[in-house]
Ligand binder design. Structure first.
Ligand code: MEV
Length: 313
């Protein structure tokens, strides 16, 4: 291995099927990895750079965290993303996860996925001020990830806690289903939306009940998915969208795409932190959903789910 060797790793993006926001408070959630990846290459260098420019860790706090966690100073990083940033599709978790894996490869380390997921989670936690390990786990382990669901759902892969909240992360089997993602084109940062829900929940009993209700219907959704009942799962997704709207994290652009897609879908909802970003629709008429998303101002793509997690290339 020479000093100039380049090490590359990639991680999948993800969408949250059910349970965003309430998972921050330790409620159940499910996320599925998608066939759009974030790729990170690293090589030792005299200074830290990102895509040829001096790295500013104030602008890229996730990168700053991963470099500190790995005690690395002096690296040239280049990135290539199949995921729009701030789109609710896990670009920051996929960046942290692939960067962590590439750096470990550069250091000649094995790269235990639990360590990578933990670093990616802590990067999110520090950058957002509050976070769950859902995105970090899904972008690292790939396939389907369930948090705080019953033990019968799948094998536990890791667990973590912060303050009053604890998360048990398990694999979940992903049956063949067709999803369309609709990107609103509106970039929305996760931190402020997580903070908005925290304030609402802390000052309002009703908001706290909505967070609990999202957790309950997520368990019903996981059960419907395990039985392959797409009608039931879709209707729970649409219900989840309504609850998230009550929490104040939807927006006109998302509601427009969700409502338009419902005509050709089993169900549809915003995915991720909301406020813009993307929605998903569960459907067996993907072309019709794509067309209606375009007609309503969004950018659609049909996604494959259940894809592999972080990979050193
Ligand atoms: C963001 O993709 C998902 C949220 O639940 C935040 C988190 O889990 O860290 C909104």
């Amino acid at each position: 291995m020479s000093q100039n060797d380049t090490f590359t790793a990639s991680s999948p993006g993800k969408f949250i099927l059910l349970g965003e926001h309430s998972v921050v408070y330790g409620k159940p959630a499910v996320a599925l990895a998608i066939n759009r990846r974030f790729r990170c290459s690293v090589r030792r260098n005299s200074v830290n750079t990102l895509n040829g420019m001096t790295l500013d860790t104030n602008i890229h706090p996730h990168i700053g965290y991963i470099l500190r966690a790995n005690k690395i100073n002096g690296v040239a990083i280049s990135t290539e993303s199949g995921l729009p940033s701030s789109s609710g599709l896990g670009s920051s978790a996929a960046l942290s996860s692939s960067l962590s894996a590439a750096i470990k490869a550069m250091k000649g380390e094995e790269g235990d996925r639990r360590v990578i997921a933990d670093e990616a989670f802590n990067a999110e936690y520090e950058a957002q001020g509050r976070a769950s390990p859902l995105d970090a786990s899904c972008c690292t382990f790939g396939k389907g990830i369930a948090i705080n669901c019953s033990e019968s759902v799948g094998k536990e892969i890791w667990s973590v806690s912060k303050g009053d909240n604890g998360w048990r992360i398990s694999e979940v089997a992903v049956p063949k289903m067709t999803f369309v993602v609709g990107y609103t084109g509106v970039r929305a940062r996760t931190g402020p939306l997580v903070e908005k829900v925290r304030k609402y929940k802390e000052h309002n009993r009703f908001a706290s009940d909505i967070v609990d209700e999202i957790g309950k219907i997520t368990l019903d959704g996981v059960d419907a998915m395990s039985r392959g009942n797409v009608e039931e799962l879709g209707s729970i997704m649409t219900q989840d969208h309504k609850l998230l709207s009550i929490l104040g994290v939807s927006c006109n652009e998302l509601n427009k795409l969700v409502n338009a897609s419902l005509k050709y879908s089993y169900g549809a909802k915003l995915t991720g932190s909301g406020g813009g970003g993307s929605m998903i629709a569960l459907t067996d008429e993907p072309e019709k959903v794509c067309n209606t998303i375009i007609l309503h101002g969004g950018l659609p793509f049909i996604v494959e789910t259940g894809v592999p997690g972080v990979t050193v290339e």
